[in-house]
Design a protein. Structure first.
Lengths: 880, 285
């Protein structure tokens, strides 16, 4: 045989199909079909590779059509993919593959995941069956339900910051389990870490950020206070108000468009101290979920965001507490069992205290006169009781009261009136201003069965603004007296109930449904006034106050559905109606989400949602203030309505260290209100608010990118937002579109937390946003005041001409804050010092702009008022 | 009122946190020179028209604004042209009509000037307010008068108070407000705001005789005359004065929505508006 013939023979042998020599599970096969039944695929494998299939047509249905492109794929993997969706089992018997129907012995394992040391429920913990590659996460009450179609012997339960736990499961049947996880020892060993464990590519939910307590606690502090709202403001897509003042502006929405829930109860005004601090003591917050879009169907009532805050429940095992004092406030928190493993409580309180020092100083130099007093403070109190009646029943009672108060009492007893008959005698005045929230809720968690969980809650939320003023004097020479006293308050109350069901029928579906009812009581602008010694007849006696009651009803249902192995959908609908003053508004709001998992575990997500809001916030001149009042929709002003579409990609690295999200969004907002024109000094008392506003539209669109490092000694995130937000109102800005006042084109956030050994932690945050729109005058001119130049005149006023709204952009705002914490763990307690420096490089950011005048130079110029220079602060805390 | 809370809050914060004010190197925008016409027309009085030029907002002009020397100004009453004469009064230039304005006629002012867009402004006149019985007690801070509003029309008013010194004859405009007990809406009471003019419509007292009670910032002491000036306004004049007052009240801070001052001058700025002022002068009792 020649050499050429030998080579040809060798090549022929190598190329001869392997099937001629039999097959095994590792045999590589190539099959390409388009829209053919499984039966055809089996036929191809039989014909091309000699693999014979044996099955009963009565038991095994191979009619499902598939489209398949498999090149050199292992036989086992191919068959897994082909048959698993139909639950067809396959096994080799001799040279044949026998196809059998799956054994339909489904079982459901459900229960709670808890912190082993405190008994606190863990939200978002992962329960995973490794053999089946199936898993689920606990809901906001720490409950999970995993239905498997096949037997499983063990589950892995894990949570960041806790030791993973291998849970053995009895062989057969449904089971209700309470799994406890041991926290890992760390600097924050008594802090419940609630970082979401499931990967972004495993969640259909998009446009959501979860903040855990330790992330909030690690942020640099403003005057010694950690703060939930300020931390939210450092996320992409979220803006704060003017430097120093608070407010949340999410994806171009207004501050009144955020649904802030504390343990499921809505809150109307989420800030203390003119928006500088959140109303909640951050030490009692367990988790904070921010939804910027892709709203789940269970939420409704506001159009721009949902901030869902879960508070700590109270330690079921041992007493714990902490206390701290900073430059602004002192606070404490205590929690523990009332009956061990059955009933727990949590109590916390906080009060700002600089006014105590200031009042003492004023009293010592008698600046306020005899009996004078000065108070300016905020406080809040949280209480919660949690009782386990049975493994299936648990009840929570929670209460919150917070208030801001400013009170000045002053007396002037001027004895010089003998020489100056125009002086007041015995003048005294008292001024009080305050606002606050009261929230109360009772919740009952009940497990009906392994697949059905419910939460029933009754809640109450009230926001009140109040002010009173008293002024007394005597004009001795004329004998004229005055004893005036007036009050003004606005009250907005919500009371209602909701029932939520969480139903996990099988691993492919996670269903939630429920009903919400809310009674809104509006009592804005209640005024009373009397002047005891005045002979003056009032101009009129119109009742200025408005009393309106509205009933809101909602039904919702949503399903997280695995359509295909790589394709998931979240399909929901929120139907709501609002009955007010004999009118009925309703809306049907679709909530749709899609997730497709790409190769390398990248998830592409899309969402489309509608949101409705039946209440409006009346602000003065576009500024958000405690005096703002909530009012219901009217015949002229229909409910607020938004549509949002979002598209993005997300991925969590396999070691759970890094998260990356990139999202684009477009949102339209209808029926927004803006003050029509400046009201006169003697505006009619009985005039309806809706006659003074104009109704318009808004649009916002943009993109957000966030890279987060979630584990390790260095954590933090970098976020960038590119966004536009616009408004258009008839009669304003000549009916033309203008930029929203918080239309920041670029927004950059950088947050870093660095553990330095066992005792030290360093944190830094840097914020940048491009200039805020402002309206500058475009000309000045002479005004007129009199018909004749010969008439007496107080002077000719100059007039500024304002043309287009927000026609100019102010300076860019940027600031770096840093903080360092030293922590020392003793046997039974720990103590820490935190040193924070706010605005470390003393950037003079504008709080507001002014037109200033320089009479000497005969010039006017633009100037800015800065309120937050470099501010170092120190906080001392103890924990036990 | 809510705006004043904002200012209180902002300045409270700024006091606490050691605020500072700093010049910003941003050039204030300017939309170019325009003709400004100011003429408030009183029945039975000659018409005074002041024509000036607008300036960039960076200009601080407390001496009045620059005249347009080569402007062509015309005045018509019901379409009939009225002769005008340029006069300098108290250092400022006015175009003054030779005839007195007559109630019931419509007046139109038109101005052209080289390099500037021609402008026009039109308004009617208004009847005198039915105000009388103005009084005030010495060392008191209350000033009262009676106003009988006309029922058939929407009426608008401006009220001012000034004092004329007995010796020097010098006039001082007083800061005042509606007596809170009279106004009954607490706004003045809380804000403690005093103004040198009050602009109002008759929505709360249409067709009624009302005994107005004003409260001056300081008690009325000493000798001299007090004058309560009540002006009836046309709607254009009312909108002009009302928005102008709002702009002045908002101060220098660019907070919230801008207060745009009403103008009825097409392609220009200013006001041509009807006004009818009644002055009630009396000695303090």
């Amino acid at each position: 045989m020649s050499l050429a013939l030998k080579l040809l023979t060798g090549i022929f042998i190598l190329c001869f199909p392997l099937q001629a020599f039999g097959w095994d599970w590792q045999t590589k096969v190539t099959v390409v079909v388009k829209d053919q039944p499984l039966e055809v695929v089996c036929g191809i494998l039989e014909k091309e590779y000699g693999i014979h299939f044996s099955y009963s047509r009565e038991l095994v249905n191979l009619s499902r059509k598939v489209t398949l492109t498999a090149h050199q794929q292992r036989l086992k993997k191919l068959l897994d993919e082909l048959f698993s969706p139909d639950d067809i089992r396959f096994t080799r018997v001799g040279e044949q593959i026998v196809l059998l129907p799956a054994e339909r012995s489904t079982r459901t394992i459900s229960g709670y995941i808890k912190d082993a040391s405190s008994g606190e429920n863990l939200i978002g913990a992962t329960v995973y069956a490794p053999a089946l590659k199936q898993g689920t996460t606990t809901n906001q009450y720490g409950f999970f339900s995993l239905t498997t179609v096949k037997d499983t012997n063990s589950l892995v339960v894990s949570y960041v910051g806790y030791q993973p736990h291998l849970q053995r499961v009895p062989d057969k049947g449904d089971h209700l389990l309470n799994v406890t996880l041991q926290p890992l020892g760390s600097l924050k060993e008594v802090v419940i870490s609630a970082k979401e464990n499931s990967k972004l590519q495993e969640q259909t939910q998009m446009s959501k950020v979860k903040l855990n307590a330790s992330e909030v606690q690690s942020m640099p502090r403003l005057l010694g206070e950690v703060d939930v709202m300020r931390t939210l403001q450092s996320l992409p897509g979220v803006s704060g108000g003017s430097d120093g003042a608070g407010g949340l502006y999410v994806r171009g929405g207004g501050p009144d468009q955020n649904l802030v829930l504390i343990d499921g109860t809505p809150v109307f005004n989420f800030s203390h101290f003119f928006g500088v601090y959140s109303l909640l003591n951050a030490n009692v917050v367990k988790t904070t979920d921010l939804y910027k879009g892709a709203f789940p169907a269970r939420f409704g009532g506001r159009i721009s965001s949902v901030v869902d805050i879960a508070m700590k429940e109270g330690d079921m095992k041992e007493y714990h507490g902490d206390a701290s004092i900073g430059l602004i406030a002192a606070k404490f928190n205590i929690e523990g069992p009332i009956v061990k493993d059955k009933t727990s409580f949590m109590l916390s309180a906080r009060r700002s205290y600089p006014d105590l020092l200031l009042n003492a100083a004023l009293q010592s130099d008698n600046s306020l006169g005899v009996g004078g007093d000065f108070q300016a403070y905020f406080y809040d109190v949280n209480a919660k009781v949690n009782h386990i009646f049975s493994p299936k029943d648990r009840v929570f009672l929670s209460f919150y009261r917070g208030e801001d108060n400013l009170s000045i009492k002053q007396t002037v007893d001027d004895s010089t009136y003998v020489h100056n008959p125009g002086q007041y005698l015995g003048e005294s005045s008292k001024f009080q201003l305050g606002w606050g929230n009261t929230i109360a809720a009772i919740r009952w968690n009940h497990i009906y069965g392994p697949r059905l969980f419910s939460n029933i809650s009754l809640n109450f939320s009230q926001y009140e603004f109040f002010t009173e003023y008293e002024h007394k004097y005597v004009l001795p020479t004329s004998g004229e007296k005055s004893d005036m006293y007036g009050t003004y308050n606005s009250v907005m109350t919500n009371s209602g109930g909701r029932i939520d069901f969480d139903f996990r029928p099988n691993p492919r579906h996670s269903v939630r449904f429920g009903a919400i009812t809310t009674m809104h009581n509006f009592k804005p602008g209640n005024a009373s006034f009397e002047d005891k010694d005045s002979p003056v007849t009032p101009l009129d006696t119109l009742d200025a106050s408005l009393r309106v009651r509205g009933l809101e009803l909602s039904l919702y249902a949503e399903d997280d559905w695995q359509i295909k192995p790589d394709l998931f959908a979240s399909i929901g609908v929120h139907a709501s109606g609002f009955l007010v003053e004999g009118r009925f508004y309703y809306s049907l709001q679709p909530r749709l989400g899609l997730r497709y998992v790409l190769p390398r575990n990248w998830a592409v997500k899309a969402a489309y949602t509608h949101m409705n809001q039946y209440i409006h916030l009346l602000s003065s001149n576009g500024n958000t203030l405690p005096t703002d009042i909530w009012v219901p929709s009217t015949q002229r002003v229909a409910p607020l309505f938004s549509k949002q579409i979002a598209l993005g990609v997300g991925k969590t690295s396999s070691n759970l260290k890094y998260e990356f999200t990139l999202e684009g969004y477009y949102k339209s907002m209808s029926n927004m209100i803006e003050n029509k024109e400046t009201n006169g000094i003697i505006s009619p008392l009985g005039s309806r608010w809706d006659e003074n506003v104009t109704v318009g539209k808004g649009w916002s669109y943009g993109a957000e990118v966030m890279l987060q490092k979630k584990k390790g000694s260095t954590t933090g995130w970098i976020g960038y937002t590119l966004s536009w937000s616009e408004r258009r109102f008839p009669g304003i800005n000549n009916g033309e579109i203008y930029p929203y006042k918080y239309d920041h084109r670029h927004d950059i956030e950088f947050v870093l937390v660095q553990q330095l050994g066992r005792h030290w932690e360093f944190s830094a945050s840097w914020h940048f946003n491009s200039g805020t729109p402002i309206t500058l005058p475009v000309a000045s001119y002479a005004g007129g005041g009199n018909a004749s130049p010969w008439d007496p005149s107080p002077g000719t006023p100059g007039v500024d001409r304002f043309d287009n709204w927000n026609n100019y952009r102010g300076q860019a705002v940027h600031r770096m804050d840093v903080g360092i914490t030293w922590n020392k763990q003793k046997k039974r307690w720990s103590r820490s010092w935190n040193l924070s420096v706010f605005n470390v490089y003393n950037r003079k950011n504008p709080f507001l702009y002014l037109i200033s005048e320089d009479a000497e130079a005969q010039k006017r110029y633009l100037s800015k008022l800065t309120i937050l220079p470099i501010l170092p602060s120190i906080t001392y805390s103890i924990k036990f | 009122m809510r705006k004043s809370y904002f200012i209180v809050g902002a300045f409270g914060l700024s006091m606490l946190l050691n605020a500072c004010e700093k010049k910003v190197e941003i050039q204030l925008p300017y939309e170019g020179d325009k003709i400004v016409v100011n003429s408030l027309i009183q029945p039975d009085s000659v018409v005074y028209i002041r024509v000036t030029r607008s300036v960039p907002s960076k200009v601080f002009d407390d001496a009045g604004y620059k005249d347009i020397p080569d402007a062509a100004v015309s005045l018509t009453a019901n379409g009939v042209s009225l002769p005008l004469q340029l006069q300098t009064i108290k250092g400022l230039s006015y175009y003054v009509s030779g005839e007195k304005a007559v109630l019931g006629q419509q007046y139109r002012v038109a101005v052209t000037a080289p390099g500037l867009k021609p402008v026009t402004g039109t308004d009617t006149l208004v009847a005198a307010p039915l105000a009388n019985a103005a009084t005030a007690q010495r060392n008191s801070n209350r000033v009262q008068f009676t106003l009988k509003d006309r029922a058939a029309s929407a009426d608008y008013y401006r009220i001012r108070i000034y004092r004329t010194d007995a010796g020097s004859g010098q006039v001082t405009f007083l800061l005042f407000r509606l007596d809170p007990a009279f106004n009954n809406n607490l706004v003045d009471f809380f804000s403690k705001g005093n103004y040198n003019s009050l602009i109002m419509s008759d929505e709360r007292f249409n067709g009624k005789p009302v005994n107005f009670v004003l409260q001056t910032a300081d008690p009325l002491t000493g000798d001299g005359d007090i004058t309560v000036e009540v002006s009836a306004l046309t709607r254009s004049s009312y909108l002009y004065f009302n928005t102008l007052a709002a702009q002045k009240e908002s101060g220098n801070a660019l907070v919230g929505n801008p207060a745009r001052v009403f103008t009825n001058i097409t392609d220009g700025y200013g006001i041509v508006g009807g006004i009818n002022t009644k002055r009630m002068t009396f000695k303090i009792e």
